[in-house]
Design a protein around this ligand. Structure first.
Ligand code: ATP
Ligand code: MG
Length: 301
């Protein structure tokens, strides 16, 4: 594989929890992709970009070894691989370009409901099954507990029932899997989201850096747009100040006259957050009407 290819290489998870959101983000920032399910490589048809579709475990190493330029990865996997490489005396250079708004989860220690958990010390001398032994060992060390991380790459949640370990340390989002397996979440040891990482800066060509510098603000624009709303309403002129103070981020709203009405104006504002029902009810109580809250697709500047 040549490192000096002029096409930007981006690693994404082939299939799993990060795949759909990562692809949706790439599409939202204007990258046209032709993804064939079974292929490792996907070429963009409108940008100098190739996607490398791999297991998420491989992504941190591909970036740190400079095989790809960018990677979408969960912070949990990234941190684990970083600790693993450090332990092996390997370089772990990379840069986090952006923390993203998906892939949220936590790495937690959970014990069977019959385990009398009184605190971290209750794990003393116990075996804990996990796919993240380095993160778990670090937690043990920081808490002065002498426990053993048992590495399992799958089915971690059945380890206690199978008699393989006393407890587990696994990724949790809703907690439904834990509950279904008679496990109780006790300690959150790491909170994670998906991030976009880049290989060490010095090794990237000017062309690639220029492309990255064009794409990253678009990611900001997509994330910002998802969190923002376009709000329109009719408001009584007499209560303009009160109405403004109820609208989040509306220091300088657009205020427009309404045809045929002396005492009512139209207000338009881009709000950095959603408008809650409670606020809409307060606006209505002030005499506002036609209150519309609309999604924004893209934002810039
Ligand atoms: P692969 O075959 O690529 O190795 P995997 O089984 O290791 O896949 P997934 O289960 O698809 O990985 O999870 C990928 C990442 O998604 C996790 O490392 C984590 O960052 C994130 N994630 C978000 N929510 C959850 C969750 N509830 N459980 C597990 N991972 C989650
Ligand atoms: Mg994996």
């Amino acid at each position: 594989m040549s490192d000096n290819s002029s096409r930007l290489r981006i690693a994404i998870q082939k299939s799993g929890r990060l795949s759909d959101d990562s692809i949706a983000l790439l599409k939202a920032i204007g990258i046209k992709l032709n993804i064939r399910d079974r292929l490792l490589i996907a070429h963009s048809t409108n940008e100098n970009i190739d996607l490398l579709r791999v297991r998420d475990d491989d992504i941190p190493g591909l970036v740190m070894d400079g095989v790809v330029d960018l990677g979408f990865i969960g912070e949990n996997e990234l941190e684990e691989k970083m600790l693993e490489r450090q332990a092996a005396g390997k370089a772990a250079d990379f840069e986090v370009l952006r923390r993203l708004d998906y892939g949220g989860c936590r790495l937690s220690i959970a014990v069977p409901t019959e385990f009398n958990y009184t605190g971290v010390q209750a794990l003393e001398g116990k075996k804990v099954a996990t796919t993240y032994p380095y993160l778990l060992e670090r937690f043990f060390k920081e808490n002065g507990v002498n426990a053993k991380a048992v590495m399992l790459t799958g089915s971690v949640e059945v380890a206690p029932r199978a008699g393989v370990a006393h407890a587990i340390c696994d990724l949790v989002s809703t907690g439904a899997t834990l509950e279904a397996n008679g496990l109780q979440e006790e300690e959150v040891i790491f909170r994670s989201k998906a991030v976009l990482i880049q290989r060490a800066d010095g090794e990237l060509s000017d062309e690639k850096l220029a492309l990255i510098n064009r794409l990253v603000p678009r990611i900001d624009g997509v994330i910002q747009a998802k969190e923002s709303k376009y709000i329109m309403l009719h408001a009584p002129k007499a209560y303009l100040e009160q109405v403004k103070s109820l609208l989040p981020g509306a220091e300088n709203p657009t205020v427009l006259p309404l045809a045929g009405s002396e005492d009512t104006v139209a207000i338009h504002v881009v709000s950095p957050e959603n408008l809650f029902w409670e606020t809409m009810e307060k606006l209505k109580a002030l005499g506002c009407s036609s209150i519309l809250v609309m999604p924004i697709e893209k934002m810039m500047g």
